[in-house]
Design a protein around this ligand. Sequence first.
Ligand code: ADP
Length: 260
Amino acid sequence: MSSGIPRYAAGIDLGSTTIKVVIYDGTRYIAHMTFASWNPAGTASSLLATAAAEFGLASPPTLVATTGYGRRTVKDATLTPTEITCHARGAAYLVPGCRFVIDIGGQDAKGIRLSEDGSVEDFVMNDKCAAGTGRFLSTMGQALGVHVDHLAQHALGQEPHRINAMCTVFAESEVISLINQGIERGPIIAGLHASIARRTASMVASLRPEPPIVFTGGVSQNGDIVQRLSAELGCPVIVPHDAVYAGAIGAALLAWEHQG
Ligand code: ADP
């Protein structure tokens, strides 16, 4: 690493739903998030400026790693690592010794197997359809009149009502039909969560997940899905503080290591 130069690195995760910025100085980090927009690079740049000001920097870091769907929209990025690399790195930073990562964001779901030294051994990803992702949950929440942040509290401890459709469009019709049959919202939401948990567990099964399993991405904030996913996998999944920032944290660490 070059000496004598004040060093700060930034990681930006430009996701389908949110943009996350992390600034790291080798010891500590700060994290900020906002909703994605039609102008991901512009939104990321404003968020970076806000985060830099909070960190007490005169100007935003020039050492920047971008990741996520929009990673190539930021023209002056120093490096553009993949989401798999960044989520693995970030999860291993948040939970040292982590051997498996499950990330469920706005538009995709992934499972990543890590070796003992934290490097990526293998991964699986569903980015072909919204089924089992945050977008699926948000759409169902709208149909049920429940904000995505409050879905878990309706479903905790409820016996899930079976939901057959996984396609977002058909599942929405099924949910509307169940509401009109007089089924309570709690069991319907529990059914949706159970189907996401089942689908996720089956997606990652071929990678034989081993504990510690870390759950990241926006959907990890849903405590009922955390419980149901743990039950499906047969071992508790860990949701560390700042789990939603795992990709941006990983990017910031990679940017930091890139210097010198
Ligand atoms: P991306 O990186 O693709 O932009 P995120 O990891 O930020 O996605 O996740 C966004 C998704 O997380 C949203 O689609 C939303 O449905 C979901 N989400 C956010 N908070 C919660 C919550 N409390 N419970 C369930 N889902 C949530």
